[in-house]
Each structure stands twice: as structure tokens, then as C-alpha cells.
Design a protein around this ligand. Structure first.
Ligand code: IPE
Ligand code: IPE
Ligand code: MG
Length: 228
């Protein structure tokens, strides 16, 4: 079975650059190039939802210089890719708190979402200024504003991932084995895969291998299979 929603924790850009004696910004640029190509490959495999964890709430504590290079890359991505996504029928969705980003960047992100909203072939989700704990607390506060108790399905819809299917497969590159505040509620039954490669080195073929590994996993969701 193919996953319907694959999510990437795109980690290791800085170490990729360091290993080449390049500045960290070069690693982020290489990561962005890879992300754009990998998203196309994921959609070409017939997977309709693909998420990239591009900037966490906690990443906003990094030095100004690094954040500046990340923000310019996101701006460049919106300037260059939105037109192509419109043509390819790919809808952009953003999860995270855009108010944490510079106003002009938040505005281009919102405009990208608006301009691609008719896309029906696939959905590219960018997690920008995203933190799962913060998202869960925001959803709790929305539930309080509703003035009544909510059930699990309704609570899920109050999260920023509300309109998306749950992630089936989460791939983290860059050798660390943790979730780093990513989709903590949604990942309850996701399959997790950790790659030794730094994100800029994670190829389409690595993804194909990840899909084979996913196909071998026995997803039971806590139940027994019918024959058991
Ligand atoms: C991932 O790469 C991109 C972001 C978190 C913004 P890192 O910048 O975390 O790269 P490493 O982990 O330092 O190698
Ligand atoms: C996770 O990577 C966040 C993103 C990829 C956006 P980090 O590099 O921020 O995670 P930690 O600090 O190693 O947990
Ligand atoms: Mg990292």
C-alpha cells in the first residue's frame, strides 16, 4: 500500500554544509533545492499529500544571520514555485504560526496558499514557524472559545493540520532519532523512518527505498488482523 501522506523532517542541512567547509546557508540552499525536486517525485509516485518541516518554533531562536538566510530562501521559494505549482495543480498549505515570521514573508505565504487553492492533483504542506505543542495548545484554546467539550475528531479539526489526512509515514533525515516537536498528536500511528543521510543528500531513490520499507510495515493500529 502507498501512503497517502508522507512528511519529512528535513534535518542535517547545517552538517551537510560543514562537511564541505561551506557556510550553513549553503546547506539550507541545497536543502531547498532537494525539497522542491523531492516533492515532485513524491507526487509522481501517486502520493497526494507531502509535508516538509522547514522551520520549527524553536528554530526561531537561531542566530539572526541564519534566520535571515532561511527567510530569503522561503521568499525565493514562493516567488519561483507558486506559478509552477498552479500549472501542476498542486495546492500549497501552511501549518504553523505565520505571525512569528516577518510580515512580508507571511504575506507571500498567504498569497501562495490563495493562488494555488484550486489545485486538485496534490497538496504540498510547509510547516513554517510550526511547533506541535504550540499547535495543540492553540487548538485547546479554540475548543474553549467554542464553549463546549469536543471529541477527538472535532479536536483534530481544530489543529492546523485539520483539513489534512493523518501522516502515514514520517521520514527524518540527518541521523537524529527524535520528533523535535513535529506532529505530536497526528503522529500517534504514523510509521517512522530515520535516515543516516543529511537532507540535501536524500535522493529520489532513497525515497523509493523508504516506500518499500513502508510497504513491509504491518500497520495494526492496536488491533489484531482479521486472521488472528
Ligand atoms: C534543518 O537543518 C533545517 C532547519 C532546522 C531549519 P539544520 O539547520 O538543523 O541542520 P543541522 O542539524 O545543524 O545539521
Ligand atoms: C527539526 O530539526 C526541525 C526542522 C527540521 C525544521 P532541528 O535541527 O531543529 O531539531 P533538533 O534541534 O536537532 O531537535
Ligand atoms: Mg538540525
Amino acid at each position: 500500500m502507498l501512503p497517502k501522506h508522507v512528511a519529512f523532517i528535513m534535518d542535517g542541512n547545517g552538517r551537510w554544509a560543514k562537511a564541505r567547509l561551506l557556510p550553513r546557508s549553503a546547506g539550507h540552499r541545497a536543502g531547498y533545492k532537494r525539497m522542491t525536486a523531492l516533492a515532485r517525485h513524491v507526487f509522481a509516485c501517486g502520493i497526494p499529500y507531502c509535508t516538509f518541516y522547514a522551520l520549527s518554533t524553536e528554530n526561531l531562536k537561531r542566530p539572526k544571520e541564519e534566520l535571515g538566510s532561511l527567510f530569503s530562501l522561503f521568499s525565493e521559494f514562493f516567488a519561483k514555485e507558486i506559478g509552477a505549482m498552479q500549472k501542476e495543480g498542486v495546492r500549497l498549505s501552511i501549518i504553523g504560526d505565520l505571525s512569528l515570521l516577518p510580515e512580508d514573508l507571511a504575506a507571500s505565504a498567504r498569497s501562495g496558499v490563495e493562488r494555488t487553492k484550486e489545485g486538485t492533483r496534490a497538496t504540498l504542506v510547509l510547516a513554517l514557524g510550526y511547533g506541535a505543542r504550540q499547535d495543540i495548545v492553540a487548538a485547546c484554546n479554540r475548543a474553549v472559545d467554542l464553549g463546549r467539550k469536543v471529541d477527538e475528531a472535532e479536536f483534530s479539526r481544530l489543529l492546523s493540520t485539520g483539513g489534512l489526512p493523518l501522516p502515514d509515514l514520517i521520514i527524518r533525515t540527518g541521523r537524529e532519532i527524535r520528533l523535535s516537536n513535529f506532529l505530536l498528536f497526528e503522529a500517534a500511528y504514523a510509521e517512522l523512518l530515520f535516515s543516516q543521510k543529511y537532507f540535501p543528500d536524500f535522493t529520489d531513490e532513497d525515497f523509493d527505498r523508504a516506500l518499500k520499507e513502508y510497504a513491509r510495515r504491518d500497520r495494526k493500529f492496536g488491533t489484531l488482523r482479521p486472521q488472528e
